[in-house]
Design a protein around this ligand. Structure first.
Ligand code: DGP
Length: 142
């Protein structure tokens, strides 16, 4: 059984910090920093691509609320909001990491090594491919 479905159903304990009809946020057991939250849809969707449109707004709105609350009550100076989709995703139930940040908090290792585009042309080519992909998906949706 999916561990996050267990938490969503209240069958597995978790430190819940926010609950809505469609989603739930709780503390990550292996936090980057204290207050690191995982926000999940209560229904089981594996990746961001699987999440229905009707859920995107309430889910992201809850992420925004959590990020704002962290600054208010945890003294965070900002936050990091991220989703691992498939790669580096250890729990196959979509979860949004909402992590409190402070300047010079050392959170560098969370990022993979940065790369560089060969030149402007290479950058433009990748951008064009992505624009085509986005246009194709948007057309398929309409
Ligand atoms: P990711 O690597 O993006 O799939 O993150 C999964 C996170 O889930 C990881 O930071 C640890 C956390 N986690 C795994 N199992 C549990 C659990 O049973 N309870 C809680 N609260 N967090 C969990």
């Amino acid at each position: 059984m999916c561990v996050f479905c267990g938490i969503a159903r209240g069958e597995k304990p978790a430190h819940v910090v926010l609950e809505r009809d469609c989603c739930l946020a709780f503390l990550d057991v292996r936090p980057l920093f204290e207050g690191h939250c995982l926000l999940i849809p209560k229904d089981h969707y594996e990746t961001l691509a699987d999440v229905p449109d009707s859920l995107v707004t309430p889910l992201f709105s809850a992420a925004r609320l959590l990020a704002t609350a962290m600054e208010r009550v945890l003294g965070a100076e900002g936050s990091f909001v991220a989703i691992n989709n498939k790669v580096s995703q250890s729990v196959p139930h979509l979860h949004v990491h909402v992590v409190p940040r402070r300047r010079k908090d050392g959170l560098r290792g969370f990022f993979w090594p940065r790369t560089k585009y060969e030149d402007e042309h290479a950058m433009a080519e990748v951008a064009a491919r992505l624009r085509d992909g986005v246009a194709g998906l948007a057309a398929a949706d309409s």
